[in-house]
Design a protein around this ligand. Structure first.
Ligand SMILES: Cc1cc2nc3c(=O)[nH]c(=O)nc-3n(C[C@H](O)[C@H](O)[C@H](O)COP(=O)(O)OP(=O)(O)OC[C@H]3O[C@@H](n4cnc5c(N)ncnc54)[C@H](O)[C@@H]3O)c2cc1C
Length: 342
């Protein structure tokens, strides 16, 4: 643990956000442990600055220079921290890369996180929007986390029920927003593992590979292959993954839409509500592959907005607003952005 603060001024954030937006932070520091967060809190000048906690910058849209302090989570370390009859417990520091962590668990022979392979970003950000993909969500494997509370200066130990996980949502987007900095996350991986093949495309990919009884590693490889085919690589084409959440509507609202649009792509939820495929709604409005300035909609995936080169955050917002307006006008459904807009 370090107890020094190395503050840099006018730090470029271009390489630190996957949209590749050019923006600067007036102050920036890497964080390798809780000590540095305490130093920030105890410093009268630094504690007054607006703060932005940064992981891999893969769920962020910067629309301006950040006039405040960027705290870049860089604490590293992974460990097996316990086991009981049902689970093995693994703990990773916030600054660890999510995908590397998933691969580490699989290499050790602990299945569970394979469906969440290749999601960009850090372990520390994974609980913020309860990351999910290919039929799995972080919450299923989450045990607890430690966070630094900027309000009280205390360490918070939060368990699953404390975090109020929901679809792309958690307490960190509400009460604990701008307050809790996640330091480390502990996962409980099941000793009795069952492959999760709920997602049809994944089952089809495994079938195509001639695999009928997949191991967790097989599933991870299939997920990596599908994602690499479908999603643009941020290193080549700036993006933040899905730009909009899939809207959830009531059963009645769904029936109204289905009567008008029999092709509507939707997924019934356990509580009776229905999730609509935002990508389908955008595609129907004719946006797939289109651009507005240097901001564009990806050719293969209408849910992904891309930076075609030198786009400003404002251009991406302008495109997103046009899409929202057209989807609302046509379907009377409001699309909500997934990334955090600064
Ligand atoms: C190509 C691509 C594909 C994607 N696919 C998926 C997907 O399938 N499923 C999915 O759920 N997401 C997906 N995403 C979104 C993104 O990968 C996740 O949201 C990821 O968890 C963000 O991690 P990050 O470290 O990059 O967070 P950042 O973008 O750095 O930060 C996101 C938010 O979390 C906050 N934050 C970050 N770290 C901490 C911390 N330690 N403590 C407190 N707050 C913190 C930030 O302040 C910010 O508000 C995708 C993104 C891309 C670019």
């Amino acid at each position: 643990m370090s107890s020094q603060l190395d503050i840099r001024h006018d730090q470029s954030l271009r390489e630190l956000n996957t949209f590749g937006i050019a923006a600067k932070a007036s102050a920036y520091s890497q964080v390798t442990g809780v000590d540095e967060l305490r130093l920030v809190r105890d410093d009268p000048a630094l504690s007054e600055l607006p703060r932005l906690v940064l992981g891999g910058g893969s769920n962020l849209l910067l629309t301006r220079d950040f006039d405040g302090l960027v705290l870049h989570m860089s604490n590293k370390g992974v460990a097996v921290t316990g086991e009981d009859e049902k689970s093995v417990y693994l703990t990773a520091q916030a600054g660890e890369n999510w995908h590397d962590f998933v691969q580490w668990t699989l290499a050790l022979g602990y299945p569970g996180l394979e469906n969440l392979s290749l999601i960009p970003g850090s372990v520390g950000a994974s609980p913020i929007q309860n990351i999910g993909a290919y039929g799995a969500e972080l919450a299923e494997f989450f045990h607890s986390l430690k966070a630094f509370d900027f309000q009280t200066g205390q360490i918070l130990n939060l368990f699953k029920s404390d975090c109020r996980f929901a679809y792309r949502d958690s307490i960190f987007k509400h009460e604990l927003c701008d307050r809790a900095v996640i330091i480390e996350v502990t996962f409980a991986l099941p000793k009795r593992w069952q492959p999760n093949l709920r997602y049809a495309e994944l089952a089809i990919e495994l079938q195509a590979r001639g695999i009928s009884e997949p191991t967790a590693k097989d599933i991870s490889e299939a997920v990596i292959a599908i994602r690499s085919r479908k999603l643009p690589d941020p290193a080549k084409l700036g993006n933040a993954g899905s730009f909009f959440k899939n809207p959830v509507v009531s059963r009645e609202e769904h029936a109204r839409l289905l009567a008008k649009y029999p092709q509507l792509v939707s997924y019934p939820q356990a509580d009776g509500s229905v999730k609509l495929a935002a990508g389908w709604l955008i595609d129907q409005c004719g946006w797939k592959g289109k651009s507005l300035g240097q901001a564009g909609v990806h050719e293969r995936q209408a849910l992904v907005l891309v930076n075609r080169g030198g786009a400003s955050g404002g251009e991406i917002v302008a495109l997103a607003s046009r899409i929202q307006a057209e989807v609302r006008e046509r379907f009377d459904v409001m699309l909500e952005p997934e990334p955090v807009v600064i």
